[in-house]
Design a binder for this molecule. Structure first.
Ligand code: UDP
Ligand code: MG
Length: 308
């Protein structure tokens, strides 16, 4: 059995060597290949990694021509991996490498996806923890598949899962959702997320927002449906208001200003009608989006591996 471990690296010169040594230490009794994806680092990450890899010919590095992002790095790693099982792990030692051995145990028990779920997070700002918590709850509520909360990309996947993900042609790749979409037998391991070993977070607010939007729009068409729902609500209010203003006109003909009734009713009705029409367009756009993503209609389990 061969294990591939994918590690994205973006300007991680402070931790690159420590990550490499820790992974090699943990995996000394497991046949493995480390695949470092250098996501367009501007510092000495590339040189440090290339130097380290001369000691270990089975390990590899994939160099990007510029910074394409964390999720693109994982996708590149998944395409390059040759292992029977593939682990993806952050390069800053926030995901404890020792957990990989537990994941392998679960894999031998017959699980095809073993994800690591965060019990606690240390060394991260209140803002990051709170927004992450809200995001995972929101995603769970909106997504049409079951995505476990507080679960990052740190996970082990069987070859059959990796092949399915590699075959998906969609471009905005929210990996932690795609793995759930693909299915198969999965289980989680709880862990405490450590602080970054060194360096600083490469996820500024701008990237975090893009990432959150990618996640929600890839797995939910609720935002498109929103204007339809709002349209229905506004039209209902307009209808009540119309009834009231007509009644008012006849009950208090002196106090109602001329033209008010017809004006207000037509404005609100038109607003509602427009929102409903946008909502209908949204429904069709949602369907076009489903079509262009070209996800298969179903995935059949071909052969259950037995790894005991
Ligand atoms: N990373 C990457 N490309 C990016 C941003 C991040 O390859 O554009 C890598 C980074 O080097 C690290 C991992 O993705 O190994 C997680 O990033 P980071 O620790 O900065 O994110 P955080 O843990 O703060 O959310
Ligand atoms: Mg990190």
């Amino acid at each position: 059995m061969l294990l591939s471990v994918i590690v994205p690296m973006f300007n991680e010169c402070e931790v690159a060597e420590k990550t490499f040594r820790t992974l090699e230490g943990v995996l000394k009794d497991v046949e493995h290949e480390l695949i470092f994806v250098n996501d367009g680092s501007a510092d000495s990450t590339k040189e440090i990694l290339e130097n380290l890899l001369t000691e270990t010919p089975q390990n590899r590095i994939v160099n990007f021509s510029r910074n394409f992002g964390h999720q693109a790095a994982f996708s590149a790693g998944l395409l390059a991996a040759k292992g029977d099982a593939v682990v993806i792990i952050d390069g800053d030692l926030q995901d404890p490498p020792a957990l990989i051995l537990e994941m392998i145990k679960k894999w031998h028990e017959g699980y095809q996806v073993v994800y690591a779920q965060r019990k606690s997070r240390t060394g991260e700002s209140w803002f990051k923890k709170t927004t992450a918590k809200i995001f995972y709850r929101l995603l769970q509520g909106l997504a049409n598949i079951d995505i476990p909360p507080d679960t990052g990309d740190f996970r082990l996947m069987d070859r059959c899962v990796v092949d399915q993900i590699n075959a998906l042609p969609e471009r905005s790749r929210f990996l932690r959702g795609l793995v759930c979409w693909v299915g198969y037998k999965r289980t989680g391991i709880l862990y405490d997320r450590a602080e970054r070993a060194a360096g600083y977070s490469k996820y500024p607010l701008r990237k975090m927002l893009k990432f959150a939007l990618d996640g929600i729009t890839s797995f939910s068409s609720f935002p498109l449906r929103l204007s339809f729902i709002m349209g229905l609500i506004v039209t209902f209010i307009a209808f009540c208001l119309a009834v009231w203003s007509v009644v008012e006109k006849f009950l208090y003909p002196v106090t109602t200003s001329q033209g008010w009734t017809s004006l207000i009713v037509s404005i609100i009705f038109l607003g509602g009608a427009q929102l409903i029409c946008i909502g209908i367009l949204g429904e069709y756009i949602g369907r076009i989006y489903e079509e262009v993503k070209q996800r298969p209609l179903f995935i059949e389990v071909k052969n259950e591996h037995s790894r005991t």
